[in-house]
Design a protein around this ligand. Structure first.
Ligand code: AMP
Length: 192
């Protein structure tokens, strides 16, 4: 398998690039944000539980996310690999992901981090808010999501760097240019 984490702050372009990479390398794209938004749209019990947390820009609890991941991985036994977008966001999630993959006899091949400075992120997220009308894209919530990222998720860069898995790419420029850089990083990876 070839399992990749696409890492970066909200607004870095993870979703767009993950979709393109999944298509090119025949990987399954798992966006935990999309999964949670669908639960909310479907008004499921889980959706009702997480809506207010997401609207505040805070993180949904680790055990909920880990359960979601477990079920997606179990329901897709035959895939070539996964591209994780928006997961893991905390150290317990990262530990759980390694354990889940180990049980399947596989592991993370690389963590590709898209770097974008805060000012550009806020600009992009405000544009996206105007286009898509996501309920967590108001300026106040955007700032909260960036603060949450810096406090709880950014430490994973060190975590994966220590494991020798981290690869960084500047996430500013044309979508196709960034995609080209990501593809060059992908070519050097080996499957397990
Ligand atoms: P995203 O679309 O990845 O920016 O996620 C939108 C929101 O979903 C986040 O602000 C969190 O409230 C929630 N969420 C998505 N993924 C996770 C995760 N791995 N851990 C905790 N909360 C998450």
């Amino acid at each position: 398998m070839l399992n990749i984490i696409l890492f970066g702050p909200p607004g870095a372009g993870k979703g767009t690039q993950a979709q393109k990479l999944a298509e090119k390398y025949k990987l399954m794209h798992i966006s935990t944000g999309d999964i949670l938004r669908k639960e909310i749209a479907d008004k499921t019990e889980l959706g009702l539980k997480v809506k207010s947390i997401m609207d505040r820009g805070e993180l949904v609890s680790d055990h909920i996310l880990i359960e979601i991941l477990q079920s997606v991985i179990e329901r897709n036994p035959g895939v070539n690999g996964f591209i994780f977008d928006g997961f893991p966001r905390t150290v317990p999630q990262a530990d759980a992901l390694s354990a889940m993959l180990k049980l399947k006899g596989t592991s993370i091949a690389a963590v590709i981090s898209l770097t974008v400075d805060d000012e550009e992120l806020i600009k992009r997220l405000l544009n996206r808010a105007a286009e898509l009308g996501r309920s967590d894209d108001t300026e106040e919530v955007i700032r909260r999501r960036l603060a949450v990222y810096n406090a709880q998720t950014r430490p994973l860069l060190d975590y994966y760097n220590h494991l020798g898995l981290l690869k960084e790419t500047h996430g500013i420029g044309l979508i196709e240019e960034i995609f080209g850089k990501l593809c060059r990083l992908m070519e050097g990876l080996s499957q397990d």
